[in-house]
Design a protein around this ligand. Structure first.
Ligand code: FE2
Ligand code: FE2
Length: 280
């Protein structure tokens, strides 16, 4: 299966993108410059584990160029695809650029927090971020639904982590930043949920195996490339729970909402997803 032949109709992706943009009006947007009183940021109010968590999520958010590139690689907006696919990808691009702007804002907000709170010097932080930032990122999937299913789990897991971290951090300025981020991730999740639901309604059982494959091999972004990722991930999980398998129940809800009656294949997929949660 190549990416092009597995797509949903352009009308479906356009509706999902319109829905996302309608839920994200500029008036409700925010920016790093005005949303937060940075002069009150104080890393002295954070525990060592909380500071470590901030460093970790800054690195993850700062890898945006790598994530953004994946969309261009698999949903190109040029003459490497046929006209019908181009039209689909051009619609998706309206989502991708807005999403990328929001994720870039997350990266800037977290680096700004590190500087303003006294956690890091700007030059040193920039240089440190470049070490991981230069590493390649890829999601080598073969079916288009897999990119959206992956992002569905990842956005929900990130949203949940930011909310949990917000509830325990000692610095109210950081709590404000994390609230903003969590709300954005929730909207990103909703878009992915909408798209995955459409894939299930359009393609039915044909997307069950590709989705199963995503869950079976799921790793959070940078888990395979970042030095010391697992040690770090375990350490920050002590501060607030960072268990991406908690997001799986939201994938199951999306599946249940999309299918009127579970086929044997869908039933088996849901059992498999539930098992992944219990084992983890
Ligand atoms: Fe983000
Ligand atoms: Fe996001």
């Amino acid at each position: 299966m190549d990416i092009e032949s597995g797509l949903i109709p352009v009308g479906d992706i356009a509706e999902a993108v319109d829905g996302f943009l309608a839920a994200s009006p500029a008036a409700r947007g925010w920016d790093v410059e005005t949303a937060v009183d940075w002069s009150r940021a104080d890393a002295g109010l954070l525990s060592e584990g909380q500071r470590s968590a901030v460093e970790f999520i800054t690195l993850i958010e700062d890898h945006l160029p790598g994530y953004f590139e994946v969309y261009h690689r698999y949903f190109p907006v040029d003459d490497s695809v046929d006209a019908r696919t181009f039209v689909h990808n051009r619609e998706l691009y309206h989502f991708t650029v807005r999403w990328a702007l929001e994720e870039d804002t997350h990266a800037r907000a977290l680096t700004r927090y590190q500087q303003a709170s006294g956690m890091a010097e700007r030059d040193a932080l920039r240089t440190a971020l470049a070490v991981e930032g230069r590493r390649p990122f890829d999601l080598p999937y073969e079916h288009p639904v897999q990119f959206f299913a992956y992002a569905l789990v990842q956005e929900k897991a990130t949203q949940m982590y930011y909310q949990q971290l917000r509830d325990v951090v000692g610095d109210p300025v950081l709590a404000t930043v994390l609230s903003r981020l969590a709300r954005d991730e929730a909207r990103h999740f909703s878009f992915m949920a909408d798209v995955v639901g459409r894939y299930l309604r359009v393609h039915g059982d044909a997307v069950v195996e590709p989705i199963r494959d995503v869950v079976a091999h799921f790793r959070m972004p940078l888990a395979d490339t970042m030095r010391g990722y697992w040690r770090w991930a375990l350490k920050i999980a002590d501060v607030a729970e960072y268990d991406h398998t908690e997001a799986y129940e939201h994938l199951v809800k999306v599946i249940d909402r999309a299918v009127d009656a579970r086929t044997d294949q869908v039933d088996e997929l849901v059992r498999f997803i539930d098992q992944c949660r219990i084992v983890a």
